[in-house]
Write a protein that binds this ligand. Structure first.
Ligand code: FES
Length: 121
């Protein structure tokens, strides 16, 4: 899985940690990104399908997941992505991956796009 992109830390919280239940997604149009909760973990990705870079995945607001909430789906051509890794597991983008973005959760539970933690080297 590629390393998360480094982005400027968002100052205002994009949502609260508890806002997204398992299998839910939140679109962030201003950031061209979206957040999903999968296996209890919040993950963020760039809203750009690797099949046609720049094409957003959702067909309507926050519609990034399959009906069962287990896969990220690009509604243009039906590619399915693993929410844990962003890798396409079926469809037009097979073998390609979404771009992961690093998240930071502040002490009040606010969720921010953030720089990845320093590796210490
Ligand atoms: S643009 Fe996403 S599958 Fe084709």
């Amino acid at each position: 899985m590629p390393e998360p992109l480094t982005l400027p830390v968002s100052t205002a919280a994009l949502c609260r940690d508890g806002d997204l239940a398992e299998g839910q997604a939140l679109g962030l149009p201003a950031q061209q990104a979206f957040i999903v909760r999968h296996d209890g973990v919040l993950r963020a990705f760039r809203d750009s399908c690797p099949h046609q870079p720049g094409a957003p995945l959702a067909w309507r607001r926050d519609a990034y997941l399959s009906a069962d909430g287990r896969h990220i789906v690009c509604h243009a051509h039906g590619a399915r992505f693993d929410p844990a890794t962003g890798v396409c597991t079926a469809g037009a983008a097979l073998g390609l991956g979404l771009t992961p973005l690093a998240l930071h959760i502040d002490t009040q539970g606010g969720v921010h796009l953030a720089e990845p933690p320093s590796s210490g080297d």
